[in-house]
Design a protein. Sequence first.
Length: 155
Amino acid sequence: MSLTPGRRAIRPGAIPPIGRRGFVLVVVLVLLVALYLGATGIFLAARAELRIGISHAASSRAFYLAESGLTTWLASSVQPSAAEYTIGGETVTVLATMLLRVDSVTVVYRLTARATLGGGYASDPGTASRETSVLGMRIRSDPVRAINRTWSEVF
């Protein structure tokens, strides 16, 4: 066994002591991995929240487009049993279904509007389809009028 200055002699078969510099490297690597995983988790959660927001915005827009379609149909002087309107660049379909003939001059209708769109942002568009309906009544040859102005959403 030879000794160099500043070194201790190692007996044959003995395990050399572990230096602290190697231990620090392992701790730093573990901390870096933990930070990376935490940042990735935050990024994925933020992305999920963004997608939820885009979907909600598209769904709300489709619902209000369907309501606008019903309002347009009710305000029209010609009220066909099926109509399509372009509102805000999107197509809204309105259907009038006869539910009940009360007497010879009074008819009750179910008015349903459906809007389907691909809203959201150009980089990640959300799609939505919403339908809303209201009861309407026609007396004689007058236009159909909504019985109740509270719109009901159909799922």
